[in-house]
Design a protein around this ligand. Structure first.
Ligand code: MLT
Length: 329
């Protein structure tokens, strides 16, 4: 190439770069840079596990990296607040669970709007829970565990991830069903709480299969029951709560992906399409199955289906929480 031609090529490249930089953000194809998804619980827990699998697969589909950031504490409200207050440009997202349906009633004073502060992108999965204990807990069945809980309730401790966390709701259900309150120890997520159950400093915890399955299989912890109507393929030897004599002890944990309020519909739509592709990724489906869960159907991974489901769940939990007078403040 002649010097003149090279100079012309360089000038053209500089012009193109300047033109791209001058484009308003809205005119650039989305996404044109790294995205961040906030997990409102500690690393190593069930929400973190689900989010990392989804982020990896969605990032491939979007052609950008999705960074997962943990912002745990206060039952998931710290991380949710960060996203509600973020720029509504699609680059900061939230992956949260059933807590999005209980928080609006449980927390009467929040520094963000727990419903109006978000756009929905799509549901992700619904995860069963298991009642687990430290490995030398003096019981081998749910019936034996209930007898120990009733006898030693003042000495036993139960871990959760703060008010509004799935482990908190599940613990409330358990304590109500067996009529025996225990000392509750809150963590920033069940990731760190699980380490305390494994080490034997925490007696009991209710946690999602995405966090407990491998610990149960390796014998690091004991399990008494699943909180589902049917046995789980990933844990076929574990009885359901009904089989084990506690039919009212049932709860599953749905998860969804959100953006800050005001994020344009074209962007939430693009993210929803990428989520649907991610949820059909055979690698993700296989890993979810190993962890005792499954992605939702594509029709549920849309902004509209997610919003409808979320609002219905808020309405379902409202009278339950108000009736129990169990507020976070
Ligand atoms: C977590 O990721 O730590 C959990 O989802 C917390 C919980 O809700 O129990």
């Amino acid at each position: 190439m002649s010097r003149l031609a090279r100079r012309a090529t360089l000038a053209l490249a500089a012009l193109a770069a300047a033109a791209a930089a001058a484009l308003p953000a809205a005119a650039q194809p989305f996404p044109s840079r790294t995205l961040t998804v906030i997990v409102p619980f500690a690393a190593g827990g069930p929400t973190d596990t689900v989010t990392r699998l989804v982020a990896e697969s969605m990032g491939r589909e979007l052609g950008q990296t999705i960074v997962v950031e943990n912002a745990g504490g206060a039952g998931g409200t710290i991380g949710a607040q960060r996203v509600a207050n973020a720029k509504p440009d699609g680059y900061t997202l939230l992956l949260h669970h059933i807590g999005m349906a209980t928080t609006p009633t449980l927390y009467r004073r929040l520094a963000y709007d727990p419903v109006g502060g978000f756009e929905t992108i799509g549901l992700v999965t619904e995860v069963p829970m298991t009642l687990v204990a430290k490995k030398d807990f003096p019981a081998n069945t749910l019936a034996e565990a209930i007898a120990v809980i009733r006898r030693d309730q003042e000495k036993l401790n139960y871990a959760n991830a703060g008010i509004g966390a799935a482990s908190h709701l599940c613990g409330l259900l358990l304590m109500k069903a067996v009529d025996a309150p225990m000392t509750t120890v809150p963590f920033r997520g069940t990731g760190p709480a699980m380490q305390e159950v494994i080490s034997g400093r925490i007696d009991l915890m209710c946690d999602q299969t995405t966090s407990t399955t491998e610990q149960i299989k390796s014998g690091a912890i004991k399990v008494f029951a699943t909180t589902t109507p049917a046995r789980l393929e990933a844990l076929p030897e574990v009885p359901t709560s009904a089989e084990a004599g506690l039919p009212e002890f049932q709860v599953t944990v749905w998860h969804g992906l959100y953006a800050p309020k005001g994020t344009p519909a074209e962007i939430t739509g693009r993210l929803s399409k990428a989520l649907q592709v991610a949820l059909a990724d055979p690698k993700l489906v296989a890993r979810f199955a190993e962890l005792g869960t499954a992605p939702v159907a594509a029709a549920m991974a849309t902004p509209e289906a997610h919003r409808k489901f979320w609002l219905a769940d808020i309405a379902k939990w409202k009278p339950i929480i108000q009736g129990a007078g169990q507020y976070a403040d």
